[in-house]
Design a protein around this ligand. Sequence first.
Ligand SMILES: O=C[C@H](O)[C@H](O)[C@H](O)COP(=O)(O)O
Length: 295
Amino acid sequence: MALDIEAAKRAAAIEAVRNHFPDSPRFVGIGSGTTIVYVVQAIQELGRDLSRVGFVPTGYQSKQLILNAGLLPIEFDALPDNVMIDIAFDGADEVDEELNCIKGGGACLYQEKLVAMRAKEFVCVADHRKLQSRLLTKWPTIPIEVEPKASRQVMARLRVLGSRSPTGAGPFIREGALSKTGPVKTDQDFFIIDAPFPQPLLTGQDIAEGKVRNSHEGIWEVEELARTIKDINGVLGVGIFCGPTGPEAQVAGVIGGQRPIACYFGMADGSVQVRKAPVKRHSIVAQYPRIEPAI
Ligand SMILES: O=C[C@H](O)[C@H](O)[C@H](O)COP(=O)(O)O
């Protein structure tokens, strides 16, 4: 019998925590969303003394989760200089074969990226709906956090970059459940633009194998798309986590946050599938010049 989605999330969380929670961490990053709730439960169920561990939230919901669990929150900006977070756990909206992720389905991505970038290890936990071979397979859009005053200009720029859905719809500002409540506000009081692009996004491996990408027609490779959107004036963060992973992420440029070193997926049959970051990463950033579309 197919396991329900919540049970699948919980199974993945237990396995991820069992395999990755360090023996005596000083700081642990806690992401946002519905799956991370099971990660916190699994951490508590380890039965360890957590009284000296600082849990670094990635937003309001995440901080409430930490507090409600009786754990000790520490703000990202209060971390001691030059001290890394030992491990950060988070959810994801879609994950590809190279462990590039789409995040921001719940309007959290900027603080998540800050925390992931500061972590020695970043581990994602999700259910089987998120497990895909390429990004934008089932998840329809890239969430982008923008400064409200620049949001229309950012959308114009995104359209030039080829942002459109299969039905021809362009990027849009995410609104609350009741449209009269207006745009969703992030923890930074910014807006979220959801930008569709022709599906799916290519990976670095695809490019290495000679698959054609044509940015001007909206056919993008993951890392290049993340970098190009991040360069638009008014964009605070892009809901694509890509680029280096683990220790490599600390010395590289901050275009993409970091890919997780591993992602745990709770499957419909009750098993947990683990996808690990490939040892060799194909990055196309060094191979192509920066694209500056004219508008
Ligand atoms: O904005 C939300 C975050 O990026 C979440 O981590 C992501 O949307 C996954 O959330 P959930 O675990 O609820 O599927």
